[in-house]
Design a binder for this molecule. Structure first.
Ligand code: EPU
Length: 421
């Protein structure tokens, strides 16, 4: 088991490049299933979840090669796919559920293990299933597997989502592109990763209107063709570097990042006292003072992203003043707060609110990464804590941050990967 040892006190300075988004690349890999032949996906990050998705696609019958030096994945999709996604892979990565839509569209049936809960909450599938049922899919839950069957062609339908669920929309989209007729998804999420999936599907021959809006209109086509597609940059990784610059009172230029995908978090950093300079291919964050506490309310895009909430709690913990952080997406994301408290942060949670009293002089201690973003938040706290912080269970961080230690070290951070087996 690996851990990270972080010695606090260093100011981060320099340049860092961001890879393609984890939460897009995984779905783009699933979308490749929709067309027989060889699809290439570029800017795929070198992270654990990509390996799990590659293994899942292999089990479904694809040949997958991941060239990490070129950051690309090549997926050769056969004419006939297996249609079962096993529990041993789905339990390792909940995002495996995104093969459900493409498998139904390609095979007329799919069996995907029920993912169950995870460290950040119970995460239902009701919106996924209600949408697929509207397209004509029959779904049952047998022996821990969701069995989905379409008795013939899928039929387009008007679908109103109860909540703009990212995962549900991805599954519905990937089924609807090959359905008979038109599908409308209303109250659709506007996350950049949804637009990225739509754009890849269009590059495969799908017909989608309203990309980037809350109403997606999908005109079904008979078949799709393979494509060569580049993943959108990871806004959450970019945002994590931005907060790292702010907490260490550093000066970091973040390349291959889209500031337009991060308008609210960057605005919050400016409220905290940072200077954000927008560049052609990214942005630069400088901070020359102790941050000021800033309130956060997580909401679907363009609201504040839940995936940057722990990093901002870390910032607020050392800030001047106090801040209220409200988490509206994942009920268990505040588990991380207990770990941050071990470093000396003063935070009180009540339901989905956390009151963070700033001004803490953090001191290094052993802590546990409870999920990928919590892990990132703890590393940021460790960078400003006095002494050594040992972050355990860093496989969570490896799921979402490629070369985290190397990149932090290049910026001047004092962090080492150690084996604590
Ligand atoms: N929900 C339901 N029923 C459903 C679907 C969702 O109740 O059928 C609820 C969930 O329980 C949750 C909320 O709706 O409370 C949001 O779920 P959503 O489906 O929008 O999220 P997701 O697809 O499960 C993706 C990302 C998350 C990111 C969210 C929101 C991936 C693999 N995961 O999750 O990323 O926070 O969208 O943007 O794409 C992360 O990277 O750390 C992460 C958790």
């Amino acid at each position: 088991m690996d851990a990270f040892e972080v010695v606090g006190g260093n100011r981060l300075a320099g340049e860092v490049r961001v890879d393609g988004a984890k939460n897009s690349a995984l779905k783009l890999m699933a979308a490749a299933l929709l067309a027989k032949g060889q699809t290439t996906i570029r800017e795929v990050p070198e992270i654990l979840d990509v390996e799990v998705m590659a293994e899942l696609l292999r089990r479904l019958g694809c040949e997958v090669t991941h060239d990490s030096t070129e950051s690309l994945v090549v997926i050769d999709v056969p004419a006939v796919l297996h249609h079962q996604a096993d529990y041993d892979l789905v339990r390792r990565m909940r995002a495996s559920i995104c093969v459900l839509g493409p498998l139904i569209a390609r095979c007329g049936q799919a069996e995907v293990a029920v993912p169950g809960g995870d460290a950040i909450g119970s995460r239902g599938l009701d919106i996924h299933l209600a949408g697929l049922q509207k397209l004509g899919v029959e779904v049952s839950n047998e022996h821990g597997y969701l069995k989905a069957v379409s008795g013939g062609d899928l039929n387009g339908a008007h679908i109103w989502l109860d909540f703009p669920s990212v995962g549900a929309t991805e599954n519905i989209l990937m089924a609807a592109v090959l359905a008979e007729g038109t599908t409308i998804i209303d109250n659709a999420p506007r996350e950049p990763e949804i637009a990225d999936l739509c754009n890849m599907l269009v590059s495969m021959g799908a017909c989608i209107e309203g990309i980037g809006s809350a109403t997606l209109e999908i005109f079904g086509v008979d078949s799709l063709h393979p494509t060569d597609y580049t993943t959108v940059p990871d806004r959450i990784v970019a945002g994590t570097w931005a907060v790292a610059a702010a907490v260490t009172q550093g000066d970091v230029t973040i390349r291959n990042a889209r500031s337009t995908d991060l308008e609210l978090p960057l605005d919050k950093l400016e409220s905290a006292g940072a200077t954000v300079e927008i560049l052609d291919d990214g942005f630069r964050v400088t901070m020359d003072r102790t941050p000021k506490a800033t309130d956060i309310v997580t909401l679907p895009y363009p609201g504040f992203p839940t995936d940057l909430q722990p990093q901002f709690i870390a910032l607020n913990a050392i800030a001047e003043g106090a801040a209220m952080v409200t988490e509206n997406l994942f009920e268990a994301r505040f588990r991380f707060v207990q770990e941050l408290s071990r470093l000396g942060a003063t935070i009180r949670t009540d339901g989905h609110h956390a009151m963070v009293r700033g001004g803490a002089k953090l001191s290094g201690a052993p802590v546990e990464a409870t999920d990928v973003r919590a892990g990132a938040g703890l590393v940021l706290a460790g960078l400003v804590a006095e002494g050594t912080t040992t972050v355990h269970d860093v496989f969570h961080i490896d799921r979402g941050y490629a070369q985290f230690v190397e990149r932090l070290t290049a910026l001047g951070g004092n962090i080492t990967r150690v084996d604590v087996a």
